[in-house]
Design a protein around this ligand. Structure first.
Ligand code: G3H
Ligand code: 13P
Ligand code: ZN
Length: 330
Protein backbone atom coordinates (compact mmCIF):
# COMPACT_ATOMS: atom_id res chain seq x y z
CA UNK A 1 0.00 0.00 0.00
CA UNK A 2 1.43 3.31 -1.11
CA UNK A 3 -0.37 6.55 -0.32
CA UNK A 4 -0.54 9.38 -2.84
CA UNK A 5 0.57 11.68 -0.03
CA UNK A 6 4.00 10.02 -0.03
CA UNK A 7 4.27 10.82 -3.74
CA UNK A 8 3.56 14.53 -3.27
CA UNK A 9 0.18 14.33 -5.02
CA UNK A 10 -3.06 15.94 -3.82
CA UNK A 11 -6.65 14.72 -3.93
CA UNK A 12 -9.29 16.84 -5.66
CA UNK A 13 -11.17 18.18 -2.61
CA UNK A 14 -9.39 21.51 -2.22
CA UNK A 15 -8.84 21.89 -5.98
CA UNK A 16 -12.59 21.70 -6.65
CA UNK A 17 -13.56 23.95 -3.75
CA UNK A 18 -11.31 26.72 -5.05
CA UNK A 19 -12.37 26.15 -8.67
CA UNK A 20 -16.06 26.53 -7.84
CA UNK A 21 -15.44 29.62 -5.74
CA UNK A 22 -13.19 31.10 -8.42
CA UNK A 23 -15.40 30.29 -11.44
CA UNK A 24 -12.83 28.23 -13.31
CA UNK A 25 -12.26 24.52 -14.06
CA UNK A 26 -9.28 22.25 -13.43
CA UNK A 27 -7.93 20.59 -16.58
CA UNK A 28 -7.97 16.79 -16.52
CA UNK A 29 -5.57 15.74 -19.26
CA UNK A 30 -5.11 12.06 -20.17
CA UNK A 31 -1.60 10.72 -20.62
CA UNK A 32 -0.17 7.44 -21.94
CA UNK A 33 3.47 8.29 -22.54
CA UNK A 34 6.40 10.46 -21.51
CA UNK A 35 5.98 13.22 -24.10
CA UNK A 36 2.35 13.79 -23.15
CA UNK A 37 3.27 13.95 -19.47
CA UNK A 38 6.17 16.35 -20.10
CA UNK A 39 3.90 18.62 -22.15
CA UNK A 40 1.15 18.63 -19.50
CA UNK A 41 3.52 19.42 -16.66
CA UNK A 42 5.57 22.06 -18.46
CA UNK A 43 2.40 23.80 -19.75
CA UNK A 44 0.78 23.80 -16.33
CA UNK A 45 3.93 24.95 -14.54
CA UNK A 46 4.43 27.75 -17.06
CA UNK A 47 0.82 28.93 -16.73
CA UNK A 48 0.72 28.23 -12.96
CA UNK A 49 -2.28 25.92 -13.30
CA UNK A 50 -3.30 23.06 -11.00
CA UNK A 51 -3.73 19.86 -12.98
CA UNK A 52 -5.33 16.42 -12.87
CA UNK A 53 -3.29 13.73 -14.62
CA UNK A 54 -5.71 11.17 -15.96
CA UNK A 55 -4.99 7.50 -16.56
CA UNK A 56 -7.54 5.27 -18.28
CA UNK A 57 -7.53 1.49 -17.97
CA UNK A 58 -6.40 1.47 -21.62
CA UNK A 59 -3.44 3.66 -20.65
CA UNK A 60 -2.57 1.27 -17.83
CA UNK A 61 -2.54 -1.61 -20.29
CA UNK A 62 -0.55 0.36 -22.88
CA UNK A 63 2.13 1.86 -20.69
CA UNK A 64 2.20 -0.56 -17.73
CA UNK A 65 0.49 0.41 -14.49
CA UNK A 66 3.66 0.48 -12.39
CA UNK A 67 5.55 2.59 -14.86
CA UNK A 68 2.68 5.10 -15.12
CA UNK A 69 2.55 5.52 -11.37
CA UNK A 70 6.28 6.19 -11.19
CA UNK A 71 5.90 8.64 -14.05
CA UNK A 72 3.30 10.56 -12.04
CA UNK A 73 5.67 10.58 -9.07
CA UNK A 74 8.37 11.84 -11.44
CA UNK A 75 5.97 14.54 -12.66
CA UNK A 76 5.83 16.05 -9.16
CA UNK A 77 9.63 16.25 -9.07
CA UNK A 78 9.76 17.54 -12.67
CA UNK A 79 7.37 20.39 -11.79
CA UNK A 80 9.59 21.37 -8.85
CA UNK A 81 12.63 21.24 -11.09
CA UNK A 82 10.87 23.57 -13.54
CA UNK A 83 10.55 25.99 -10.65
CA UNK A 84 6.97 25.82 -9.37
CA UNK A 85 5.23 23.33 -7.14
CA UNK A 86 1.77 23.15 -8.79
CA UNK A 87 -0.91 20.93 -7.20
CA UNK A 88 -1.03 17.63 -9.13
CA UNK A 89 -3.70 14.95 -8.73
CA UNK A 90 -3.41 11.46 -10.21
CA UNK A 91 -6.83 10.22 -11.27
CA UNK A 92 -8.21 6.95 -12.64
CA UNK A 93 -10.41 7.76 -15.64
CA UNK A 94 -13.51 5.58 -16.16
CA UNK A 95 -12.77 2.93 -13.55
CA UNK A 96 -15.30 0.18 -14.14
CA UNK A 97 -14.84 -2.18 -11.19
CA UNK A 98 -14.21 -1.92 -7.45
CA UNK A 99 -11.04 -4.02 -7.88
CA UNK A 100 -9.52 -1.63 -10.44
CA UNK A 101 -10.29 1.39 -8.25
CA UNK A 102 -8.81 -0.34 -5.19
CA UNK A 103 -5.70 -1.29 -7.11
CA UNK A 104 -5.18 2.33 -8.15
CA UNK A 105 -5.87 3.66 -4.64
CA UNK A 106 -3.39 1.16 -3.19
CA UNK A 107 -0.70 2.14 -5.68
CA UNK A 108 -0.74 5.91 -5.19
CA UNK A 109 -3.69 7.42 -7.08
CA UNK A 110 -5.21 10.40 -5.27
CA UNK A 111 -8.56 10.27 -7.03
CA UNK A 112 -10.62 7.66 -8.88
CA UNK A 113 -13.65 7.65 -11.11
CA UNK A 114 -16.06 4.78 -10.72
CA UNK A 115 -18.18 4.85 -13.83
CA UNK A 116 -21.34 2.91 -13.07
CA UNK A 117 -23.35 4.95 -15.56
CA UNK A 118 -23.98 1.97 -17.85
CA UNK A 119 -25.53 -0.02 -15.00
CA UNK A 120 -29.10 0.24 -13.74
CA UNK A 121 -29.48 3.13 -11.25
CA UNK A 122 -29.49 1.05 -8.04
CA UNK A 123 -26.46 -0.99 -9.20
CA UNK A 124 -24.61 2.24 -10.02
CA UNK A 125 -25.33 3.45 -6.47
CA UNK A 126 -24.20 0.20 -4.83
CA UNK A 127 -20.94 0.02 -6.82
CA UNK A 128 -20.14 3.72 -6.37
CA UNK A 129 -20.85 3.57 -2.63
CA UNK A 130 -18.51 0.59 -2.21
CA UNK A 131 -15.68 2.47 -3.95
CA UNK A 132 -16.37 5.65 -1.92
CA UNK A 133 -16.17 3.76 1.38
CA UNK A 134 -12.78 2.29 0.52
CA UNK A 135 -11.40 5.44 -1.11
CA UNK A 136 -12.41 7.74 1.73
CA UNK A 137 -10.73 5.47 4.26
CA UNK A 138 -7.47 6.33 2.41
CA UNK A 139 -8.21 10.03 1.82
CA UNK A 140 -8.81 9.47 -1.90
CA UNK A 141 -11.60 11.39 -3.66
CA UNK A 142 -14.19 9.75 -5.93
CA UNK A 143 -16.00 10.84 -9.09
CA UNK A 144 -19.27 9.10 -9.99
CA UNK A 145 -21.35 9.41 -13.14
CA UNK A 146 -25.06 9.76 -13.86
CA UNK A 147 -26.32 9.79 -17.44
CA UNK A 148 -24.60 8.28 -20.47
CA UNK A 149 -22.53 10.16 -23.05
CA UNK A 150 -23.01 9.23 -26.69
CA UNK A 151 -19.87 7.83 -28.34
CA UNK A 152 -17.16 5.47 -27.20
CA UNK A 153 -16.02 5.07 -23.59
CA UNK A 154 -13.31 2.45 -23.51
CA UNK A 155 -15.10 -0.56 -24.98
CA UNK A 156 -18.64 0.67 -24.40
CA UNK A 157 -20.39 2.35 -27.34
CA UNK A 158 -23.59 4.35 -26.78
CA UNK A 159 -25.61 5.44 -29.82
CA UNK A 160 -27.42 8.31 -28.10
CA UNK A 161 -26.98 10.60 -25.12
CA UNK A 162 -28.94 9.75 -22.03
CA UNK A 163 -28.92 13.12 -20.35
CA UNK A 164 -28.46 13.24 -16.60
CA UNK A 165 -31.81 13.44 -14.82
CA UNK A 166 -31.67 16.36 -12.37
CA UNK A 167 -34.29 14.69 -10.20
CA UNK A 168 -31.82 11.85 -9.44
CA UNK A 169 -28.74 13.82 -8.42
CA UNK A 170 -29.58 14.57 -4.76
CA UNK A 171 -30.40 10.93 -4.10
CA UNK A 172 -27.26 9.73 -5.94
CA UNK A 173 -24.75 12.03 -4.24
CA UNK A 174 -26.20 11.58 -0.76
CA UNK A 175 -26.51 7.80 -0.95
CA UNK A 176 -23.08 7.24 -2.53
CA UNK A 177 -21.05 9.96 -0.80
CA UNK A 178 -19.17 10.85 -4.03
CA UNK A 179 -16.99 13.97 -4.09
CA UNK A 180 -17.88 14.97 -7.65
CA UNK A 181 -20.39 14.02 -10.31
CA UNK A 182 -19.82 13.55 -14.05
CA UNK A 183 -22.92 14.50 -16.01
CA UNK A 184 -24.24 14.09 -19.54
CA UNK A 185 -25.40 17.37 -21.16
CA UNK A 186 -24.44 16.83 -24.80
CA UNK A 187 -20.67 16.25 -24.81
CA UNK A 188 -19.28 12.94 -26.03
CA UNK A 189 -15.95 11.14 -26.28
CA UNK A 190 -13.66 11.12 -29.30
CA UNK A 191 -13.11 13.42 -32.30
CA UNK A 192 -16.51 12.82 -33.93
CA UNK A 193 -18.91 14.32 -31.43
CA UNK A 194 -21.57 15.39 -33.92
CA UNK A 195 -22.55 14.42 -37.43
CA UNK A 196 -22.69 17.30 -39.95
CA UNK A 197 -26.48 16.94 -40.21
CA UNK A 198 -26.78 17.62 -36.45
CA UNK A 199 -25.01 20.97 -37.05
CA UNK A 200 -25.93 24.27 -38.65
CA UNK A 201 -23.56 26.38 -40.79
CA UNK A 202 -22.46 29.95 -40.15
CA UNK A 203 -22.07 32.57 -42.92
CA UNK A 204 -18.60 31.16 -43.76
CA UNK A 205 -19.90 27.62 -44.06
CA UNK A 206 -18.31 26.55 -40.75
CA UNK A 207 -20.27 23.81 -38.96
CA UNK A 208 -21.82 24.93 -35.66
CA UNK A 209 -22.77 22.02 -33.37
CA UNK A 210 -25.91 22.07 -31.24
CA UNK A 211 -25.36 23.85 -27.90
CA UNK A 212 -24.78 21.92 -24.69
CA UNK A 213 -27.84 21.49 -22.47
CA UNK A 214 -27.11 24.32 -20.05
CA UNK A 215 -30.74 24.12 -18.91
CA UNK A 216 -30.03 20.64 -17.49
CA UNK A 217 -26.79 21.86 -15.89
CA UNK A 218 -28.65 24.75 -14.23
CA UNK A 219 -31.31 22.39 -12.93
CA UNK A 220 -28.60 20.11 -11.49
CA UNK A 221 -26.89 23.09 -9.86
CA UNK A 222 -30.20 24.07 -8.24
CA UNK A 223 -30.56 20.56 -6.81
CA UNK A 224 -26.99 20.30 -5.44
CA UNK A 225 -25.71 23.88 -5.02
CA UNK A 226 -21.93 24.16 -4.92
CA UNK A 227 -21.38 20.46 -5.64
CA UNK A 228 -18.45 19.76 -8.01
CA UNK A 229 -19.58 18.80 -11.53
CA UNK A 230 -17.37 17.10 -14.14
CA UNK A 231 -17.58 17.32 -17.93
CA UNK A 232 -16.25 14.40 -19.93
CA UNK A 233 -15.86 14.47 -23.70
CA UNK A 234 -14.86 18.14 -23.68
CA UNK A 235 -12.37 18.30 -26.54
CA UNK A 236 -12.92 21.10 -29.04
CA UNK A 237 -11.38 19.24 -32.02
CA UNK A 238 -9.40 22.24 -33.39
CA UNK A 239 -10.05 22.39 -37.12
CA UNK A 240 -6.47 23.47 -37.85
CA UNK A 241 -5.22 20.12 -36.54
CA UNK A 242 -7.82 18.24 -38.57
CA UNK A 243 -6.71 20.16 -41.69
CA UNK A 244 -2.99 19.55 -40.99
CA UNK A 245 -3.65 15.84 -40.52
CA UNK A 246 -5.78 15.54 -43.66
CA UNK A 247 -3.40 17.68 -45.75
CA UNK A 248 -0.53 15.40 -44.81
CA UNK A 249 -1.95 12.00 -45.63
CA UNK A 250 -4.57 11.63 -42.89
CA UNK A 251 -8.21 10.66 -43.36
CA UNK A 252 -10.25 12.15 -40.51
CA UNK A 253 -13.94 12.54 -41.30
CA UNK A 254 -16.69 14.55 -39.62
CA UNK A 255 -14.38 15.69 -36.82
CA UNK A 256 -16.43 18.14 -34.79
CA UNK A 257 -15.94 19.10 -31.14
CA UNK A 258 -17.34 21.31 -28.39
CA UNK A 259 -16.90 25.03 -29.19
CA UNK A 260 -14.60 26.82 -26.76
CA UNK A 261 -17.17 29.45 -25.78
CA UNK A 262 -19.42 26.64 -24.49
CA UNK A 263 -16.57 25.32 -22.37
CA UNK A 264 -15.78 28.80 -21.00
CA UNK A 265 -19.42 29.13 -19.98
CA UNK A 266 -19.35 25.68 -18.33
CA UNK A 267 -16.06 26.41 -16.50
CA UNK A 268 -17.61 29.52 -14.93
CA UNK A 269 -20.38 27.34 -13.39
CA UNK A 270 -20.18 24.43 -10.93
CA UNK A 271 -18.29 22.48 -13.61
CA UNK A 272 -14.87 22.31 -11.99
CA UNK A 273 -13.17 19.45 -13.90
CA UNK A 274 -13.02 19.29 -17.67
CA UNK A 275 -11.70 16.13 -19.38
CA UNK A 276 -9.58 16.54 -22.50
CA UNK A 277 -7.90 13.69 -24.32
CA UNK A 278 -8.79 13.76 -28.02
CA UNK A 279 -7.43 17.29 -28.63
CA UNK A 280 -4.03 16.10 -27.41
CA UNK A 281 -4.18 13.10 -29.75
CA UNK A 282 -4.98 15.43 -32.66
CA UNK A 283 -2.16 17.86 -31.77
CA UNK A 284 0.38 15.04 -31.62
CA UNK A 285 -0.81 13.40 -34.82
CA UNK A 286 -0.82 16.71 -36.72
CA UNK A 287 2.74 17.49 -35.63
CA UNK A 288 4.05 14.00 -36.41
CA UNK A 289 2.38 13.91 -39.84
CA UNK A 290 3.82 17.30 -40.69
CA UNK A 291 7.35 16.15 -39.86
CA UNK A 292 7.02 13.01 -41.97
CA UNK A 293 5.44 14.88 -44.88
CA UNK A 294 8.32 17.37 -44.91
CA UNK A 295 11.03 14.81 -44.26
CA UNK A 296 10.04 11.25 -45.16
CA UNK A 297 13.58 10.09 -44.43
CA UNK A 298 13.37 11.03 -40.75
CA UNK A 299 13.68 8.06 -38.39
CA UNK A 300 14.87 9.51 -35.08
CA UNK A 301 11.81 9.45 -32.77
CA UNK A 302 13.05 12.58 -31.00
CA UNK A 303 12.71 14.46 -34.28
CA UNK A 304 8.98 13.79 -34.53
CA UNK A 305 7.98 13.27 -30.89
CA UNK A 306 9.81 16.48 -29.92
CA UNK A 307 7.65 18.67 -32.23
CA UNK A 308 4.58 16.69 -31.09
CA UNK A 309 5.45 17.53 -27.47
CA UNK A 310 5.88 21.23 -28.36
CA UNK A 311 2.48 21.34 -30.07
CA UNK A 312 0.86 19.58 -27.10
CA UNK A 313 2.37 22.08 -24.70
CA UNK A 314 0.96 24.98 -26.76
CA UNK A 315 -2.45 23.32 -26.75
CA UNK A 316 -2.46 22.76 -22.98
CA UNK A 317 -1.31 26.32 -22.28
CA UNK A 318 -4.13 27.59 -24.46
CA UNK A 319 -6.63 25.46 -22.51
CA UNK A 320 -5.55 26.69 -19.08
CA UNK A 321 -5.27 30.35 -20.13
CA UNK A 322 -8.07 30.88 -22.62
CA UNK A 323 -10.64 28.15 -22.05
CA UNK A 324 -10.74 26.81 -18.50
CA UNK A 325 -9.40 29.84 -16.63
CA UNK A 326 -7.17 27.71 -14.39
CA UNK A 327 -3.96 29.60 -15.33
CA UNK A 328 -2.57 31.53 -12.38
CA UNK A 329 -4.61 29.52 -9.84
CA UNK A 330 -1.85 27.16 -8.64
O1 G3H B 1 -12.74 8.59 -22.04
C1 G3H B 1 -11.84 8.06 -22.64
C2 G3H B 1 -10.47 8.65 -22.66
O2 G3H B 1 -10.30 9.46 -23.79
C3 G3H B 1 -9.45 7.56 -22.57
O3 G3H B 1 -9.38 6.87 -23.76
O4 G3H B 1 -9.60 4.51 -23.04
O5 G3H B 1 -8.60 5.09 -25.28
O6 G3H B 1 -7.34 5.53 -23.16
P1 G3H B 1 -8.69 5.38 -23.81
P1 13P C 1 -12.46 13.79 -25.27
O1 13P C 1 -12.52 12.56 -26.10
O2 13P C 1 -13.50 14.80 -25.70
O3 13P C 1 -11.12 14.40 -25.19
O4 13P C 1 -12.88 13.38 -23.77
C1 13P C 1 -11.95 12.77 -22.91
C2 13P C 1 -12.58 12.22 -21.68
O5 13P C 1 -13.71 12.47 -21.33
C3 13P C 1 -11.75 11.34 -20.85
O6 13P C 1 -12.47 10.79 -19.79
ZN1 ZN D 1 -14.51 10.38 -20.22
Amino acid sequence: MLSYKELGLVNTKELFKKAIEGGYAIPAFNFNNMEQLQAIISACVETRSPVILQVSSGARKYANQTLLRYMAQGAVEYAKELGYNIPIALHLDHGDTFELCKDCIDSGFSSVMIDGSHHPYEDNIALTKKVVEYAHSKGVTVEGELGVLAGIEDDVVAEHHTYTRPEEVVDFVTRTGVDSLAISIGTSHGANKFTPDQCTRDENGILIPPPLRFDILEEIEKQIPGFPIVLHGASSVPQEYVATINNNGGALKDSIGIPEDQLRKAAASAVCKVNIDSDGRLAMTAAVREVFAKNPAEFDPRKYLGPAREELKKLYMHKTKNVLGSAGKA
